[in-house]
Design a binder for this molecule. Structure first.
Ligand code: FAD
Length: 292
């Protein structure tokens, strides 16, 4: 089923996983993660796409298994930066053949590996969205990414929002945010987006902080603010991963309660392939999640 159709009826709770990064290309380990996530009854699971196209086959295969064996809706990510129009068509055709009806269309980041050649077919994600919409008009619910704290390459929020509007006008039917640890950025983004006529659902991306070093690395990479009350805990538990994990789970629970109370369109949990963390979070707010 297309995710935009689900979103017409209800708010969604979903997970993101990534293809395992092992040399042998063995992806079977991801399925024990999916098995455990299934117990939490998600509305969909999305599968990331390695920058530079490194996971192309794995992304499709995992999205296929999630949909057809686990009977959970799946979303396959795809990036345009290194892809040609033919690559995009082949990717969409394969998804279509396995009845995966959802695609997160991204521009992606330029690969750091200089040997990977960038394509000029898709300058921005809206070019990719428009291409998929034109060539597969009935086949997909297309999603796009958005940035509560503004994308790092954008010179200001106003221009970032104009680009977001172009993505939606090209055919994106729902949006998923970059991670954030201060909900006010999400509320601000939604408010400003609505003002300029972006009316599609905006799902909040939540990444539980699991250890201090990973949190600082990720937030630096994404340009995401770490609020003062989280900084004090990072300092306190910098070398105590077990304690920091408890802080991270607790923080995510509080973020989610606040978002739900403020009528969030949906919650998308970046699981980092750690289903036990998602389980732990969900165990603390079963009734709140039921009443989404
Ligand atoms: P765009 O929407 O193209 O935006 C990029 C920049 O260009 C922004 O600054 C924007 O303001 C500007 N811009 C956009 N359109 C225009 C326009 N028409 N004119 C002028 N300026 C414009 N990366 C991966 O490699 N694999 C993944 O699986 C993956 N999954 C992700 C999932 C989510 C939910 C998010 C939020 C990000 C994900 N990323 C992934 C990271 C993403 O690829 C990067 O953030 C990338 O830098 C931007 O991709 P985009 O699709 O948002 O780009």
């Amino acid at each position: 089923m297309k995710i935009n159709k689900i979103l017409e009826k209800k708010k969604t709770v979903s997970f993101e996983i990534f293809p395992p990064k092992n040399k042998e290309g063995d992806i079977s380990s991801i399925y024990s993660t999916v098995e455990k996530l299934k117990d939490l009854n998600p509305d969909f699971i999305s599968v990331t796409y390695g920058s530079g196209g490194s996971t192309i086959g794995k992304t499709i295969e995992i999205a296929d298994v999630i949909k057809n064996e686990y009977k959970i809706e799946s979303v396959a990510h795809f990036t345009g930066v290194v892809s040609t129009k033919k690559d995009a068509n082949d990717f969409c055709q394969k998804l279509k053949e396995c009845n995966v009806e959802n695609i997160l269309a991204l521009r992606g980041d330029k690969p750091q590996d200089a040997s990977i050649v960038c394509s000029n077919d898709f300058q921005y994600s809206n070019d990719l969205v428009a291409h998929i919409q034109r060539n597969f008009p009935e086949d997909f619910s297309i999603a796009g990414a958005c940035y509560p704290e503004v994308h790092q390459e954008a010179d200001c929020m106003e221009n970032d929002l104009k680009a977001l509007k172009a993505k939606v006008d090209a055919g994106a039917t729902f949006l998923i945010t970059q991670i954030f640890y201060d909900n006010n950025y999400y509320y601000h983004l939604v408010r400003e987006a609505r003002k300029i006529g972006i009316n599609v659902p905006i799902l909040a991306g939540i990444m539980p902080a699991l250890n201090a070093k990973q949190l600082l690395r990720t937030t630096k990479l994404c340009g995401c603010t770490v609020p003062y009350d989280l900084i004090t805990k990072i300092e306190r538990y910098y070398n105590n991963d077990a304690a920091m994990q408890e802080v991270g789970i607790n923080y995510a629970v509080h973020q989610m309660i606040d978002l739900i109370a403020n009528d969030v369109d949906g919650l998308h949990i970046y699981t980092m392939n750690r289903p036990e963390i998602a389980k732990n979070i969900f165990a603390q707010i079963p009734n709140i999640l039921k009443d989404l």
